[in-house]
Write a protein that binds this ligand. Structure first.
Ligand SMILES: [Zn+2]
Ligand SMILES: [Zn+2]
Length: 327
């Protein structure tokens, strides 16, 4: 048995190791939205090299996010299904779309809440009191185990997200993939959301090479996610809005990686005093959104590939058509 190199990582660290990668996010997003289940399905819908796709699928199986199910069609092949751990990333993936809708000013798909029939425009709400939550309504207490130590460098990859990786109507926008698309970027952003401000603090906190840190900070400043002030790097409103994604990342980490050292983080919703259990709520009816109760508009005839009809549990569909300019 191989020694697990991620043993001893904090829960947040483990989550970032798994999800801090643009290909992983895009593979999961296609699995939810287009119900892609096969190697060929992802290969046909992502501009990804076969070897990269194979390695990501192997990692996702290793991390128990996907599970391979063998079935016979002439020769044996595998279908990859989302495990409960994989299904649990749904809110986080939708939250990325919400951030894009609010902050990137581009085209975005509409999400329909089946229960009320309205356009959901999901927002972060508190599972306890039901009120909307922003970073400023919360208090985060960080224990000694809430570290990023040992996360290590990202996989070898292109330095910037491929412009064509997220530009179809199903995918994420290149801007969010640049911000979330590799482990260091995601980790720098997470550290900023936990209050890290100064270059040397990022450096000692993350154990990151100065040149890599300089590159990520410059990129975030360029994207308007951080601003420089008296030598500090501070989150802008656009950066603070990533709290929504971060809250789901932390919640996922806390649920999935319960072994010591745990997450070491407590996020409290100040108005009600409860530990934050984040939910996505519908802007029309304010009720929580559930994976089975929403849809992106149906995939038009002629677009649907064979994978679309081999439906698994998620019931989210998306259309190639219903994108529109975000207000
Ligand atoms: Zn609350
Ligand atoms: Zn609704």
């Amino acid at each position: 048995m191989e020694e697990d190199p991620e043993r001893g990582l904090s829960a947040i660290g483990q989550a970032l190791v798994i999800l801090g990668d643009q290909w992983v996010l895009l593979i999961l997003q296609r699995a939810f939205v287009l119900r892609v289940r096969t190697f060929a399905g992802w290969r046909d819908r992502l501009p990804i090299a076969d070897s990269v796709l194979a390695s990501r699928l192997k990692e996702l199986v290793g991390h128990e996010v996907l599970t391979p199910v063998a079935h016979r069609e002439g020769r044996t092949r595998h279908e990859y299904r989302l495990t409960p751990r994989g299904l649990d990333t749904w809110s986080l993936l939708v939250a990325i779309h919400s951030w894009e809708r609010d902050w990137t000013g581009g085209m975005c798909p509409s999400l329909i809440h089946e229960s009320c029939g309205g356009e959901a425009r999901p927002y972060l709400a508190c599972g306890e009191c039901g009120k909307p939550v922003s970073a400023r309504d919360t208090e985060t207490v960080r224990g000694p185990h809430a570290t990023f130590a040992g996360i290590g460098p990202p996989r070898r990859r292109r330095r910037t997200a491929r412009a064509d990786a997220g530009t179809d109507a199903f995918g994420y926008r290149p801007e969010s993939m640049e911000i979330l698309g590799d482990r260091w970027s995601t980790t720098v952003l997470a550290a900023a959301l936990l209050g890290t401000r100064r270059f040397v603090e990022f450096q000692s906190e993350l154990g990151i090479a100065p040149s890599v840190l300089t590159d990520r900070l410059r990129r975030f400043v360029g994207r308007g996610v951080l601003r420089q002030s008296d030598g500090d790097y501070r989150l802008t409103e656009k950066g603070l809005a990533f709290f929504e994604v971060f809250a789901f990342l932390v919640h996922w980490a806390q649920r999935e990686f319960t072994a010591p050292p745990g997450s070491g983080l407590t996020i409290t919703h100040r108005p009600c005093g409860a530990a934050l259990a984040p939910v996505l709520a519908c802007a029309v009816c304010t009720r929580p959104l559930h994976r089975h109760d929403v849809r992106f508009l149906p995939v038009p005839a002629g677009f649907a590939g064979p994978d679309l009809v081999s439906a698994g549990s998620p019931t989210v569909l998306i259309s190639s058509r219903p994108t529109r300019a975000c207000p």
